[in-house]
Design a protein around this ligand. Sequence first.
Ligand code: F0G
Length: 368
Amino acid sequence: THQWRGLIEEYRDRLPVTDSTPVVTLLEGGTPLVPAQVLSERTGCEVYLKVEGANPTGSFKDRGMTMAISKAKEEGAQAVICASTGNTSASAAAYAVRAGMVSAVLVPQGKIALGKMGQALVHGARILQVDGNFDDCLTLARELSEKYPVALVNSVNPVRIEGQKTAAFEIVDMLGDAPDIHVLPVGNAGNITAYWKGYREYARSAPAAVPDRDGSPRLLPRLATRTPRMWGFQAAGSAPIVDGAPVLKPQTIATAIRIGNPASWDFALAARDESGGLIDKVTDRQILAAYRLLAAQEGVFVEPASAASVAGLLAKAEAGLVDPGQRIVCTVTGNGLKDPDWAVAGAPQPQVVPIDPEAAARHLGLLD
Ligand code: F0G
């Protein structure tokens, strides 16, 4: 039997770690790449979901955090700090516990999902609700890390990107090559930066077959023949990259990507342009429709921000901009349990029944 060892051990040769790096891990990564039947039918393509909500704290942030906390520990840090719309803080808090460190998190007041707040609290983070938005929190966290002995674990820390790039490796390992298109939500733009780095590092320029010792050709393992086009989607009320200017008061129900001035803006543009991709925006209505479709028709429960990737793909397909027959991977970044309010809102209250099989059967429509 083989247990996944966490992404640092699985991809050690491609990460900036040495034998003396203390590996702080919750065995993150190795997440499911689920074939999406309904999305495939709708687009005429072969669509997969990279289900990052299956990570230990329920989001892709764990990939970056295992690296960031391991490196912080290697450097002797005793405390870490981050700004967050929720998932980064949940992840930082959990990994700090594993490392025996103190974590401090800065979150925009009243604008993070309850599940994420609960995670930060139960893992013992020092939480400050800032009277401002995520961008203000990040400015504050950067200042604190410059002036005080706390390590910054936001994705402006380059080792975060190193950890997150492994998701692209996993996809190539599963599919045998890179997809034609990779779709993901964009907030602070660290993840699109990371995937693009991962795909580039895993691509060989030509499909090189090397002769084995007996002279028969052998394909190099685990490498892609190409890179995908990167498609990123922002929420329409928080779409600085699409609109071409910072958004001072970003708005969207997808609180995870409610960001007006992404730190990795330039890297996101590079990923878009170098890959021949695009970055566009989707409305909250489109996000919620994709959120419901994923849950009700694919059986995959994600948080609203995660559905922005799928909403974007569907919008492009409806506009006739997706050629059929392509292989497409959508990253769904976080677990639906993080923010269940949107699942419950507007749904009918389940009926109350007596302890009686016939009454229960009647309510279920089993009797005619
Ligand atoms: N999806 C989810 C669920 C997120 O939590 C985030 C970012 C994104 C997408 C966007 O990724 O920032 O790399 O472009 N959440 C950060 C946080 C900002 O603090 O948890 P990005």
